[in-house]
Write a protein of this length. Structure first.
Length: 422
């Protein structure tokens, strides 16, 4: 029966190409309506396939949840690898609930698609899936997705994307040169691959617990003015933020390695370097606008600062060190003047008319509407960062007893306000 069905289907193809007839080709490929499918008889599943004779999909494509072929029902579970690629006339695709996988290169270079809605059943988006979809400005990512694969949205037209908390990994080139991408949430991402956001238009990045930020991950993100580290970061590799728009930077305590990570950041004027970093490599902060380097090494003789770590800076850099440590540095250290500041390395600046107090698990703030603030322990650990959204803000926050600093940032300076948690 199978052989007869195949022969009959091949004959049907000769006379009814492009019609709504169902036929089966060699290699377990069938066409139902306008869509070709690969079949898996054992699992009774189907995935979309390339059209025969070089034909390309076009217009609006509605993929069914199941198809019938040869008297059997097959659940459609995948957009097959490369099956819809290079189809500039394809303008829209309706994907059914129940489909699980967006295959490798499946929509690559489909330049006519403007948006995609993925059903909640999708749990895998494979490498290159939406590469070169230059008109695609939006897509939703279902909560079953854990990884944005290699080159998945490279050269796409995305303007913003919301990652569910399940996404923990951005692979190599995931969003590279998605030049219109201005917004992405990274708080739950633990792996930021090489080139993953290179050349995007993102303006801010909040980064949680990441073991490694790979080489050139944020390179050429010229609109990226604000980077906040809310968790631990072990390694920032070479060129990771090269030529980005960062203005100031507080690196998290506990970092193991800092590469030549921030060269050519023309707006970068202030950096806080954690005690855990013992080596500053050549070009780490070269060609920046560096004015102040906040450090608190209690054994500066054990720290290596390469000759060109701050090469070709346009500012007039100063080391800002805690008052009780200044004698260890002297007046000049590694080529720059040393200035004594408060124990956290940030100068107290007067002029903020605000009230700050902590009681019963609530941080109370007044007159800071619109300001970006950071709560930092006296030993320099960043507890949290947030933007104040009301004149009299009440922020739920669990703090152990001790002295803390509230950093208040505006366009010109950073103010440190001391408060006590009892």
């Amino acid at each position: 029966m199978r052989t007869n069905y195949i022969l009959k289907s091949v004959l049907t193809l000769a006379f009814f190409t492009g019609s709504l007839f169902s036929f089966q080709l060699k290699g377990e490929v069938v066409q139902v309506g306008d869509i070709a499918y690969n079949l898996n008889d054992e699992l009774q599943t189907a995935e979309t396939a390339v059209l025969p004779d070089g034909a390309k999909y076009s217009g609006v494509l509605v993929i069914p949840a199941s198809i019938e072929a040869g008297g059997k029902n097959y659940a459609v579970v995948k957009i097959g690898d490369g099956s819809l690629r290079d189809a500039p006339g394809l303008t829209s695709v309706v994907i059914p609930e129940g489909l699980k996988t967006i295959g490798n290169s499946s929509f690559a270079s489909c330049t006519g698609i403007t948006s995609i809605i993925l059903p909640s059943s999708v749990n895998s988006i494979e490498d290159w899936a939406f590469y070169g979809c230059s008109a695609m400005t939006s897509i939703n990512i279902p909560s079953g997705i854990t990884t944005i694969g290699e080159h998945t949205f490279q050269n796409s037209g995305l303007t913003s994307i919301t990652l569910p908390s399940t996404v923990t990994s951005l692979k190599t080139c995931a969003f590279q040169d998605a030049a219109a991408l201005a917004s992405i949430n990274l708080e739950n991402v633990t792996e930021i691959g090489a080139y993953s956001l290179l050349g995007t238009a993102i303006t801010s990045a909040t980064i949680g617990n990441v073991f490694s930020i790979k080489s050139e991950a944020f390179k050429n993100c010229t609109q990226l003015a604000d980077v906040n580290f809310t968790g631990s970061v072990s390694i920032i590799e070479d060129w990771a933020f090269q030529n980005s728009g960062i203005n100031s930077l507080v690196l998290p305590e506990g970092m193991l390695s800092l590469g030549s990570s921030f060269p050519d950041c023309a707006n970068l004027s202030s950096v806080t370097i954690p005690k855990s970093i013992k080596i500053l490599k050549d070009w780490t902060f070269s060609s920046t606008a560096m004015e102040e380097m906040n450090v608190s090494w209690d054994a500066p003789q054990s720290v290596t600062v390469a000759e060109n770590a701050f090469g070709n800076v346009t500012g007039t850099p100063e080391w800002k060190v805690p008052a009780n440590l200044k004698s260890l540095y002297g007046e000049i250290w590694n080529g720059f003047p040393v200035v004594s500041v408060n124990p956290t390395g940030i100068e107290f600046v007067s002029g903020v008319n605000t009230t700050v107090y902590y009681a019963d698990g609530v941080l109370n703030l007044s007159n800071l509407l619109g300001h970006n603030v950071s709560v930092v322990s006296i030993d320099g650990r960043v507890i949290t960062r947030f933007q104040v959204t009301s004149e009299n803000a009440k922020i739920s926050l669990s703090l152990s007893s001790g002295i803390y600093l509230l950093y208040v940032a505006d366009a010109n300076k950073q103010t440190a306000i001391k408060f006590i948690a009892k």
